[in-house]
Design a binder for this molecule. Structure first.
Ligand SMILES: CC(C)(COP(=O)(O)OP(=O)(O)OC[C@H]1O[C@@H](n2cnc3c(N)ncnc32)[C@H](O)[C@@H]1OP(=O)(O)O)[C@@H](O)C(=O)NCCC(=O)NCCS
Length: 217
């Protein structure tokens, strides 16, 4: 079944199509128009590789980075909640994650953890990824620390730490999240696709990100 958005990014909804859900459109096997999907569900897929990415600028004094990795006894990154990190740990130890590169990049300032970026391999939520690919997501900076380059530093540091300079990285962001889009752009990531996040049996956690439209060949 092919689902197509005919218009360019940011095209406004066609008034007659308002209210038709993604599910209904999909079931009826009709082309999916931009108006079939709520704007908050439209996701931009960025891809990049470590090698063309710029070197991360030095962090301001007082900010400390940590690239946390799990082990059999290290379940939760410091300062983070058990949910969802205990689940990511389970997916890692049970090898649901398709490679061994799961990790969390953290930044601490004045004894507070002020930034995290989570690196995950392919699993059911990201079916479009290949086995060796990685995805940087759940990117978050404390509100009082935003705009200081922490998210950009984290993404560039994650890329720099990867010895496989050619590994494909994915970065998924809501179409309207300009700050996060800038983070991807600063790492020279390219917009490669547009898609949505789906639910399974009404449960968002078990849903997946689906590519609906390729933006580059
Ligand atoms: C998105 C987020 C992680 C960015 O973190 P950050 O540490 O502030 O990012 P940076 O300081 O590296 O800034 C990245 C860029 O966004 C820009 N930016 C910041 N706020 C912005 C805004 N409201 N609108 C547009 N651009 C903005 C910055 O100026 C910077 O661009 P520049 O390099 O051209 O100056 C942070 O805003 C956040 O935690 N948001 C809530 C959670 C979220 O949306 N996560 C992303 C999920 S994909």
């Amino acid at each position: 079944m092919s689902i197509i958005w005919p218009g360019p990014l940011g095209q406004r909804a066609l008034s007659g199509d308002r209210g038709r859900s993604l599910l209904t459109a999909t079931r009826r096997n009709r082309p999916l128009t931009p108006s079939s999907v709520n704007m908050h569900e439209r996701v931009l897929f960025f891809t990049g590789r470590p090698e063309p990415a710029p070197t991360p600028p030095p962090l301001t004094i007082g900010y400390e980075p940590l690239f946390w990795r799990p082990s059999l006894t290290r379940i939760c990154p410091p300062g983070q909640r058990l949910y969802p990190f205990a689940i990511w740990w389970l997916l890692h130890v049970l090898r649901v994650f398709r490679n061994r590169e799961y990790g969390v990049f953290l930044i601490r300032h004045a004894s507070q953890w002020v930034h995290r970026s989570v690196v995950t391999p392919r699993f059911f939520r990201f079916p479009f990824m290949n086995v060796r690919d990685l995805q940087v997501g759940d990117v978050w900076t404390a509100e009082s620390e935003r705009g200081r380059g922490l998210a950009s530093f984290a993404l560039l540091s994650i890329l720099r730490a990867d010895r496989d300079g050619q590994r494909p990285y994915w970065y998924l962001v809501d179409e309207g999240n300009l700050a996060s889009i800038r983070v991807a752009e600063r790492a020279n990531f390219r917009r490669t696709a547009l898609g949505t996040r789906t639910s399974r049996c009404g449960i968002r956690f078990f849903g997946a990100y689906q590519i609906r439209e390729q933006l580059h060949g």
